[in-house]
Design a protein around this ligand. Structure first.
Ligand SMILES: [Zn+2]
Ligand SMILES: [Zn+2]
Length: 234
């Protein structure tokens, strides 16, 4: 019940939570962790997901219907959690309140469910310079740097030269078309890239970035994100 109480209070305790105590319920944390065993257990784990896009699927299926019919440019998605409840609040604290503690917790949670292969380099999702100035920081880059310090995998970067207009009312194909030409590589990237992101929403950003990487010379691109928004019907 600890997580539920945290959410009912508005979930804004992360910023004040002290090291050594669970960020969600303020009970003593597991040794070296930011959470207690109960809260860890109650997190929305993405247990049965499409291997390629990370969208939840029925038990026993490895690919969702969309990836079977129209596969994206990236090969697999590892997103250990669903963008719901406590994870939604944590991402919000990280992204919109720039809480480093929330960011550290997300990186630690990612490290609990790493992908099979880390690839040759991490590739954070780039923002346009204007968007980065507005936000104050790039959350994908922040996470990638943190994971790079833990795992030693080098980082490469791409430039974003175009933001997609509001994507909400568009279908998958229209979204992907909107982002065509949005990403540019200054130098040919290494063969196997792992895109790092906080939340995978529709997969269209990952698809466009992976497409650009493959066009620039990469051989394979995967995604490692903290969480996945369940698409349901889309
Ligand atoms: Zn707890
Ligand atoms: Zn899929």
């Amino acid at each position: 019940m600890a997580l539920k109480q945290w959410l009912q209070r508005g979930g804004h305790w992360i910023k004040q939570a002290m090291p050594g105590y669970c960020a969600f319920c303020l009970a003593p944390a597991l040794a070296g962790r930011g959470w207690c065993a109960t809260c860890l257990d109650e997190l929305p784990w993405n247990l049965h997901a499409c291997r390629q896009c990370g969208d939840p699927v029925s038990h026993g299926e490895s690919l969702c219907g969309y990836c079977l019919i129209d596969p994206p440019a990236f090969s697999t998605t590892q997103a250990g959690l669903l963008y719901q409840g406590a994870i939604k609040q944590l991402v919000h604290d990280f992204k919109f309140h720039a809480s480093p503690r929330a960011g550290m917790l997300l990186a630690e949670l990612m490290l609990l469910t790493p992908p099979d292969k880390l690839g040759d380099a991490f590739l954070p999702v780039p923002m346009t310079p204007m968007h980065a100035r507005f936000r104050g920081f790039n959350q994908s880059h922040w996470l990638a740097e943190r994971l790079n310090r833990q795992l030693g995998t080098p980082m490469v970067s791409a430039r974003r030269i175009k933001n997609a207009p509001s994507q909400r009312t568009l279908n998958r194909r229209q979204r992907a078309a909107n982002l065509t030409g949005a990403f540019v590589f200054e130098a040919p990237p290494p063969a196997h890239l792992l895109i790092i992101d906080d939340v995978v929403t529709t997969g269209s950003t990952g698809h466009a970035l992976a497409r650009a990487a493959l066009d620039a010379g990469a051989k394979r691109v995967d995604i490692w994100a903290a969480a996945r928004t369940p698409l349901g019907k889309d």
